[in-house]
Design a protein around this ligand. Sequence first.
Ligand SMILES: O=C(O)CCC(=O)C(=O)O
Length: 276
Amino acid sequence: MNKPTLNPITAEHRNTYRRDGVVHLRQVFDRQWIERLGQEVDRLLKDPENYGIPGPSHGASMASVCFMWRQPGVFRDFVLNSPVGEVVGRVIGADTIRAYHDHLFHKPPGSTKVMVWHCDETAWPVTGEMAPNIWVALTPVDRENGRVEYVAGFHRHCVENDLHFGFAPDQADGLCPDFEKERNNPDFPFRFVSFDMEPGDAVVFHPSTPHFSQGNHSSARPRTGLAVRVFGDDVRWYPAPYKASIPGVDALPEGEPPSGKFFPVIWRRTDVGSAG
Ligand SMILES: O=C(O)CCC(=O)C(=O)O
């Protein structure tokens, strides 16, 4: 199982992430990681509560389970000992990366589950741009089986205009816009992007990048992704009412950097002075 990334993170990846708030990385995790995770997912699907905390979108048409990494096993090993930290750190230009959240999204064949447009920023009780998501493909992913779609560039609009979306219309700046209305709008100033992925590929996206997925229209192929959420240097505690809390973690004073056993450092830059 690889510890350094299989393929290097390049200046082009960093520039794409900065511009679009989302970047596709081909083959950063080796086959052994993907096979071990795949076998563990098969076990988890038989008894999800034994592995983690079911997420709000968990149900018959999608397994959505979080915080598996907090207990010993393959998910913890992946979060702590795979290239996750290095890959994200190099894409976003951080010096230190801490783990805090993992989230399995498994859509079985024929799943009708639609993940509506949302930004992850809503859910984390922190401020800071260095709180991205790395969504790792554990199966082939394509248009038919429900690949995730993103609105490229919208993160800059959010950051520049200090826009934050709530879980309810009366929270913060309201709900995340429903970008389905914009799909056929030739004047929409942002691009919809999505990626066909092979197991071992990953997509890193900014906490204010809106994303969405259709159901799984394949009658035979599941679509499985493991999202790992991490914190970089600029993340500070901000327990606003429109944000979710983190299970087991008492709110820290506003402005404190996250630390402690639920936010372990998983990568530190040793090549200080280099951007990548
Ligand atoms: O896997 C999906 O369909 C949704 C992913 C998602 O919403 C996320 O990673 O935050």
